[in-house]
Design a protein. Structure first.
Length: 299
């Protein structure tokens, strides 16, 4: 048995916590698994697994060894992909996750254009505002806003998300049009308080350079969903800031009024995020290049 085989056997046992399940996944017998693990422990001179009649778990040394085994086996797999993927037409499946509102409004249009160029690539899409662990959950890319703090990931800026402060004509007819940006504290404000927006709230950023505080707004509706704020704004419930890709068509149609057009509202960076230690296949490189050029003119 090669060293690579013993590493694969060991990692399978740790993942499944069971010799029989590991044997099934590798297509061998449980006795063969037990023999391989015993041989590995004897060669290393250390006990790697705690065994009971019902379960198997790694020792402290075994857990450390497992982490290195995972990296080694992934490097081998990437080396194989590098050779087999060399100079090949992009194909296969891409797993992509994105922020919910952005994903609903932008991904279908963008991926349709991408599919026209690369018809052999298929997609699995997952939209959510929860912090998806793309390494643990096996995603190729995430489209996210703001800074990236996970050292396992690389974040490549692909676009700037701009905002438009808006209100409906019915709201302005009833409450009046704010004379200055600071005057919004006297109006009804729609504030988006979900995790995505809280990390880089445009109002909080704006407070640093303007003499007002969102906390002083008494007539305030806080929601955890940007679509709800958008619908509430259309219905005349208050003033809010919406991403340009949502607001522009409603401003053009007259359903919303773009306020403070001369005020420089902070933008936010949209990143394509992908695992740092994962080899970028031709399909992944094609997607990264496409999304970078695509959104440069779209947002």
């Amino acid at each position: 048995m090669s060293r690579t085989d013993s590493l694969q056997t060991f990692t399978a046992v740790v993942r499944t916590r069971n010799f029989t399940a590991a044997a099934d996944s590798l297509g061998v017998t449980p006795s063969a698994i037990s023999k391989q693990i015993s041989g590995l422990e004897e060669r290393l001179g250390v006990r790697l697994l705690n065994r009971t009649t019902r379960s198997v778990s790694p020792t402290e040394a075994g857990q450390l060894f497992y982490q290195h085994c995972e990296n080694i086996l992934e490097s081998i797999a990437e080396a194989e992909r590098l050779v087999t993927d060399f100079d090949v037409t992009p194909k296969g499946r891409l797993r992509i996750t994105a922020m919910a509102n952005f994903g609903r409004r932008e991904l279908a249009r963008m991926l349709n254009d991408f599919a026209l160029i690369y018809p052999d690539i298929s997609f699995e899409l997952y939209i959510s505002d929860r912090p998806v662990d793309i390494v643990q959950e096996g995603f190729d890319f995430a489209l996210r806003i703001g800074t990236q703090e996970d050292s396992r990931l690389i974040a490549k800026p692909v676009a700037k998300q701009s905002f438009m402060v808006c209100a409906s004509p019915s709201y302005l007819a009833h409450w009046g049009t704010p004379a200055s940006f600071e005057d919004i504290t006297n109006h009804r404000m729609l504030v988006i308080g979900n995790a995505e927006y809280a990390r880089a709230n445009w109002l909080r950023e704006f407070e640093k350079s303007h003499s007002f505080s969102i906390d002083s707004v008494e007539r305030k509706l806080t929601v955890n969903d940007i679509d709800l704020a958008y619908e509430a704004c259309l219905q005349g419930m208050g003033i809010t800031a919406l991403p340009s890709y949502i607001a522009e068509r409603h401003v053009r149609s007259g359903e919303l009024v773009h306020l403070f057009q001369g005020v420089d509202i902070p933008t936010r960076t949209i990143n394509a995020v992908f695992p740092q230690n994962r080899y970028l296949s031709t399909k992944s490189r094609a997607f990264l290049d496409f999304v970078t050029s695509y959104f440069a003119d779209s947002i």
